[in-house]
Unconditional design. Structure first.
Length: 181
């Protein structure tokens, strides 16, 4: 039987906007005199980062790293790979990692360890969503948008097999096969 994706909205655009505003205020309070290095994890964080930095009206630097832990389906492969590395110097910088979702924690845990070895002055994590029910490794989150249930979510940058990143809302993706969510 072929998979027929069905979506329902978990967080509407206006709820996301209010949450990004709240996070921006928290980050501004802590970083406005620090010239931080914001590192977005591609691809999922691109939309959140773009909206967030427009609300941060102080000097900062934006950098990206591309990591991958998921295959083509809904399950993590469990292996994290650096697909595209950093260009900026991390040593001595106040680094803030920007993530779309912390799920098992494998991706962020890998990246935080990777960055810590580069001796930043400080290292913190901001994630728009957190799914603590799926955690495999402990991750300390400094700035959190939403806690989400143990459902597969898509939209606002988050994909399923590279689809649905462009949705303006965060939605739950359901499988129409009976009993499968
Ligand atoms: C997704 C998401 C996070 C990671 C979270 O990335 O963007 O980076 O999984 O999962 P984890 O906590 O179980 O590691 P993915 O590897 O699917 O790549 P993408 O950002 O390009 O979608």
């Amino acid at each position: 039987m072929s998979f027929q994706p069905k979506l329902h909205i978990l967080f509407r655009q206006d709820e996301i906007e209010a949450t990004v505003k709240r996070l921006a205020a928290e980050i501004k309070e802590d970083y406005h005199v620090k010239y931080p290095l914001l590192i977005g994890i591609l691809k999922g964080s691109f939309m959140f980062l773009a909206d967030l930095v427009r609300l941060l009206d102080f000097p900062l630097e934006v950098e990206f790293i591309r990591l991958s832990s998921y295959g083509q389906g809904r399950q993590s492969s469990g292996r994290v790979k650096v697909v595209q590395g950093l260009c900026s110097e991390v040593r001595g910088r106040d680094v803030l990692v920007i993530e779309d979702i912390v799920d098992t924690g494998l991706t962020t845990s890998f990246l935080l360890d990777y960055l810590r070895k580069k001796k930043p002055a400080s290292l913190r994590l901001c994630t728009l969503t957190d799914k603590p029910s799926r955690r495999q490794v402990s991750v300390s989150i400094d700035y959190l948008g939403f806690t989400v249930p143990n459902k597969f979510i898509v939209g606002y940058g988050i994909d399923w097999s590279q689809k649905f990143r462009n949705l303006p809302d965060i939605c739950v993706l359901e499988d129409e096969r009976p009993g499968v969510v």
